[in-house]
Design a protein around this ligand. Structure first.
Ligand code: M6R
Length: 616
């Protein structure tokens, strides 16, 4: 978490930094700050006012007028060490204010390093682990002006996953950075240099983008990029192509990113399917990257699917397709738990890691564990060349475009689609399904974007349905089979956006305990589309109604019999049963969106959260 930006040789550096921080707000927003080099020293401004920190920081841009400001660093913070406050906001300085540091991640051994620095007489002004880096750089720099060399020396003393950008006053156009697991990219445009946590921060400003590998110190000085390993052997900066455009990362007239991203779901699905379905039955579906022999994949006899939060729910939703078509055991794990239960992994195991960002530390750690056990790995990621994509044996990218809202919407739908494409690919590879079975899913995938569009076009109508429960304060989501992950995702969306207590259960489990909580003040949202277990869901619904709970349904279009059982219903088009989680989730996204707005909350930046979670 935390967003980092650094600029070198960029005219109007304060404006450019603030704009980048706006675009990086999804990574953290409890405080924000920037340090700009002006007239021989750093001028620093910091704000710690929760979700409005960047907005307030922008008001300081005028303070920089009058002197040249072409180099500086900026930061959005998601607090780990030290509460959100101006003192703890970044950039952090050394004793003399010569060094400015912005940092994402955690310095695990900061306490011992801080003790040592204190005993040497260094003065600390914050509770952050980051400040330790600034003081260590002060020592390592000595009389030189090479912040990149100093950073290499300091980095080898730091433990933990992190990304750092540092600069110093005697050579202020030289910005140095280094990362371990946490994301960071370098970019240039003529004589301008940039370092950022993520592409959207500098989209439209930068032209050439460079990947920074783990434990490689990279620097940018004006438009010059240099990189070297910690032992000082030079490495060639690796350029990559960015196809996202600025309009896809901007709000484009919508009130917020969440509604924009919900509306972009048909396109996200089209783009994820583009070019992949045409020849599925002849040449097959192409993975974006395949770095192992196909024979190795063919020998796989067990699959683990891992992810966190919404990405975990995508795994759960797609598991039904993989098990049904590939006839192979599939286990699901929340990534943060996976490696601590000693899973039985070997070369015949495939581990599928799913992540929007490709940078979630829990999932990266689980993937690393899987790879070290010899398992074959597949990553589904929305960010090209993300850390996970680079670690894996094979990759499928979801082409959902940048997702800015902290709550995942379009990337979730795209993940399910990508995983179901994999189910077709793998079933074909192993010969476990008939062509007719695969054709039926492939045809349904082809029609999916159109059906998603029918739903998103009815956004306002769904807000009307959601408004029927706007004064309730407890929500339970139930579903069976493919409806169960939908229930979990509906509850997660509602919790994270509206802060209302919400839980998801398999509908059949309700009677084993949770039903005790139901009364007239609770809402039960039931996924009651015409799937395989529709009748059983209807039976469970009777149990709910008998306890007086308000019933909100997700039902199939035209299914008046089901609709009559609820107090209100969202109706969705019919599709292939394995794809129904894609459609059934959309009304629940809108339900969460509406209830959060009704309660006056910022839907794009829910409290206490960050878009990319790069701490364990
Ligand atoms: O980037 P990832 O998909 O790995 O992120 C995983 C979760 O942190 C993420 O899905 C989170 O649960 C979202 N806020 C859900 O809306």
């Amino acid at each position: 978490m935390c967003g980092i930006i650094g600029v070198s040789g960029v005219r109007d550096a304060p404006e450019v930094i603030v704009e980048a921080l706006r675009r990086l707000e999804y990574r953290g927003y409890d405080s924000a700050g920037m340090a700009i080099y002006q007239d021989g020293s750093f001028k620093r401004v910091r704000e710690a006012t929760g979700t409005h920190s960047v907005e307030l920081l922008a008001k300081h841009v005028k303070d920089f007028q009058g002197s040249e400001s072409v180099s500086g660093v900026g930061h959005n913070r998601w607090a780990t060490h030290g509460k959100p406050s101006q003192e703890n906001a970044h950039p952090q300085f050394d004793c003399s204010g010569r060094v400015a540091v912005v940092h994402n991640g955690i310095v695990e051994n900061f306490a011992e390093l801080k003790d040592e620095l204190l005993s040497q007489g260094h003065l600390f002004t914050s509770d952050t682990d980051t400040e330790v880096i600034a003081h260590l750089l002060e020592v390592a720099l000595g009389g030189t002006d090479r912040i990149d060399d100093a950073l290499a020396e300091v980095f080898s003393k730091l433990r933990g996953a992190m990304a750092i950008v540092a600069m110093e006053t005697s050579r202020p156009t030289l910005l140095a950075c280094v990362r371990r697991t946490s994301p960071l990219i370098i970019a240039t445009n003529g004589d301008e240099g940039f370092i950022a946590s993520d592409i959207p921060a500098i989209l439209g400003r930068a032209k050439h983008y460079y990947q920074i590998d783990d434990a490689v110190v990279a620097s940018v000085e004006l438009g010059e990029v240099r990189a070297f390993k910690l032992d000082h052997t030079e490495v060639e900066p690796r350029e990559f192509v960015v196809t996202w455009d600025l309009t896809r990362a901007a709000r484009d007239g919508y009130d917020d990113f969440m509604s924009k991203e919900i509306m972009e779901q048909p396109q996200a699905i089209r783009d994820t399917l583009a070019g992949r379905l045409q020849h599925w039955d002849t040449s097959g579906i192409q993975l974006d990257e395949l770095r192992v022999e196909v024979e190795k994949l063919q020998r796989v006899n067990k699959i683990f699917m891992i992810g966190c939060g919404t990405s975990y729910h995508a795994c759960m939703a797609a598991r039904y397709a993989i098990e049904s078509l590939c006839k192979i055991p599939v286990e699901l794990d929340v990534a943060s738990e996976f490696r601590y239960r000693e899973p039985r992994l070997d070369e015949q195991t495939l581990v599928i890691a799913v992540s929007q960002s490709g940078e979630t530390l829990d999932t990266i750690a689980a993937l690393a564990e899987a790879s070290s056990s010899g398992a074959v790995s597949l990553v589904v990621s929305n960010v090209v060349d993300s850390s996970m994509a680079r670690m894996a044996d094979s990759v499928i990218y979801t082409h959902a475009g940048p997702e800015v809202c902290v709550a995942s919407t379009k990337t979730y739908l795209a993940q399910i689609v990508a995983l179901e494409l994999f189910a077709i690919y793998f079933a074909k590879l192993k010969g476990t399904s008939t062509t007719a079975e695969l054709r039926s899913l492939a045809s349904a995938l082809e029609e999916l974007a159109e059906k998603v569009g029918q739903l998103t076009n009815r956004f306002a109508e769904m807000v009307g349905v959601a408004s029927k429960v706007e004064n309730f304060e407890r929500f339970y989501f139930i579903g069976r089979n493919v409806g169960f992950p939908v229930a979990l995702e509906g509850a997660l969306k509602l919790k994270e956006l509206s802060y209302l207590p919400a839980e998801g259960f398999p509908a059949g489990e309700l009677k084993h305990g949770p039903i005790a909580m139901l009364d007239a003040s609770s809402v039960v949202v039931a996924i009651a589309t015409r799937g395989r277990l529709w009748e059983k869901v209807m039976a469970n619904l009777q149990e709910v109604k008998a306890r007086g709970a308000k019933v909100l349904l997700v039902a199939s279009e035209g299914d008046n019999e089901t609709i009559a059982e609820g107090d209100a219903a969202f109706v969705v088009p019919e599709t292939h049963p394995l794809l129904s989680p894609v459609l059934d989730t959309i009304p629940l996204q809108i339900l969460a969106y509406h209830l959060a707005r009704y309660r006056g909350f910022d839907v794009d930046r829910p409290r206490n959260l960050a878009k990319t979670v790069t701490v364990e």
